[in-house]
Design a protein around this ligand. Sequence first.
Ligand code: GLA
Length: 392
Amino acid sequence: MRRFTRRAGNVAVAVLLVTGFAALGPAAPPAAGTNQPRIDRDVFGTMPDGTAINRYTLSNGRGMKIRVLTYGGIIQTIEVPDRRGRTGNVALGFDNLTDYLERSPYFGCITGRYANRIANGRFTLDGQTYQLAQNNGVNHLHGGNVGFDKRVWSATEIRERDTVGLRMTYTSPAGEENYPGTLNTTVTYRLTRNNEIRMDYRATTDAPTIVNLTNHTYFNLAGEGSGTIEDHKLTLNASRYTPVDTTLIPTGTLDPVAGTPMDFRRPTAIGERIRNSFPQLVIGQGYDHNYVLDRRDNTFRQLESAGTVLDPSSGRVLSIRTTEPGIQFYSGNFLDGTLVGTSGRVYRQTDGFALETQHFPDSPNKPQFPTTVLRPGQTYDTTTIYAFSTAG
Ligand code: GLA
């Protein structure tokens, strides 16, 4: 569709041809000059070393707006309309850089080099053992002490015919956080006219290494700071998940969700079974699990639906498509009332959820899981789309 509109040279004609006449109702493209996609930039704050952190505001001219920081590639806000057209910010975050620097539980950021956990922070590649930071009990989490979420990224604005975006780059030197290989990383965010955030992740290396990148946005589709997400209805296209030990490292098996409170194959309120005594929910203090997506394409090149979330009160719907084999469903278990969010309200347990598309946790130590090894000459290449709509 995007490619077609570019060639057609006239958005109205393309919409008519592709989607038929009905689409020319309220969704018809606005007159030139009004409601056009745009990018604005301001300075969000300054790092202790004096580096300015820019904030880019991307608007799609259709009522959707996102704000992105060069610090951590953080998506600070996501403004989307509800079923009545009222706009709300559905991403948890902070209104100032200091809180991101000092106390963020990975709000909105790019996580890497290895999103999620590696057991004991240790892995062996080509016969060589690497010891990474043990920054989550005995385990390694989200790239270590200073992961990609705490790096300053370079941003280039993208303006395409009907889409605005940001190309974020970061070169991680060999040995940073003890990972081998120089990793040249590009994460591209695009905000489309169809209320989608498209995220393309690319990386290359000059020596064998491991990589697993994702975005760690916490959502509350009723609006950040509005209370619990336990009434949100979640659907996950996953018949299996990776059960974990008491330190949240996968045991290595892929267990069926059938007959357990882990089953979200049909739309189910997140809170419906969250206090069940099922051992996995006790260990995770709620949901903090990697789901194995039911995919047709197991080469991980095609975008396939991972799941959807509906907030019955606002009618907002988040649909996720990804090339990745897994998705971490995290129900905001560690939010404990100590953080004050963007609009000045405190975040408590289950006030937000994350759905992190990814390769499985601890894959470097689990040869039976899809590989996370990247070698020179190969390109790490994954895509995830967060699409917003309304229902009811
Ligand atoms: C991921 C992990 C959780 C938690 C959050 C950040 O989702 O799986 O256990 O660490 O990040 O708080």
